[in-house]
Unconditional design. Structure first.
Length: 222
């Protein structure tokens, strides 16, 4: 359940938080709905978002946010005065699975509003859900991005945006970017990203259809 019991041991509290987070990430309808309900109720019900669940609830809501929720969280981020909470809220604005909201987060990241450190991390957060979008955006706006990423980190930063891509075409994009912007001696992160993309896109192409067929057969037999 969502509510802690009297005398509950710490491992149970941790398990609850982890379970809600995982089910929220997987899009479990009941968990997403309850997280949204609690987020909406926080202004009038202090118990709706207990301390131990606050970050988890916010993460679930942010991932599945609609435009109105994103705007509400954006307003909250702008008004927040505690640096750690403010940083968390800007990160959450970048965590939406909705591509249109992810684009808004990328555009927001290149303004002065979030701050330089948050700007770079916002692009990275978007890349977890939308790697192709984040990488293409960063390359297209590299002059601005480079002012927010330390020069010693750029050889890792740009490949890191693309590493979760499932599109084989990203391999050519990464190689082209490295040829133009990354010294040959600093391409370990690029090669690691390429290896990861090649492997994962291969699994998607060759293994997932077989798994789907096996599951369909099991369902049919039952």
């Amino acid at each position: 359940g969502w509510e802690a019991k009297a005398g509950e041991r710490d491992p149970v509290t941790i398990l609850r938080t982890d379970l809600i987070g995982v089910l929220g990430t997987l899009g479990d309808p009941a968990v997403v709905a309850e997280a949204r309900r609690r987020y909406a109720a926080q202004a009038t019900d202090p118990s709706a978002m207990p301390v131990e669940l606050r970050k988890t609830i916010l993460s679930v809501v942010a991932q599945h946010a609609d435009a109105a929720t994103w705007e509400a969280m954006h307003a909250q981020a702008k008004a927040e005065t505690t640096p750690l909470v403010k940083d968390l809220l800007y990160a959450l604005l970048s965590a939406s699975e909705d591509e249109a909201l992810a684009r808004r987060a990328l555009e927001l990241a290149l303004t002065d509003e979030p701050g330089a450190t948050n700007s770079a991390s916002m692009l990275s957060t978007v890349s977890q859900q939308h790697p192709d979008l984040a990488f293409d955006f960063a390359v297209a706006h590299s002059a601005q991005v480079d002012t927010r990423v330390d020069s010693t980190s750029r050889a890792r930063y740009y490949p890191g945006l693309a590493i979760n891509s499932l599109d084989p075409a990203m391999v050519a994009k990464l190689r082209a970017f490295a040829d133009s912007h990354i010294a040959a001696s600093s391409r370990r992160a690029t090669e690691s990203a390429i290896d990861n993309i090649t492997y994962r896109s291969g699994v998607l192409r060759d293994r997932i259809p077989a798994i789907d067929a096996w599951l369909a057969g099991r369902v049919a037999s039952e």
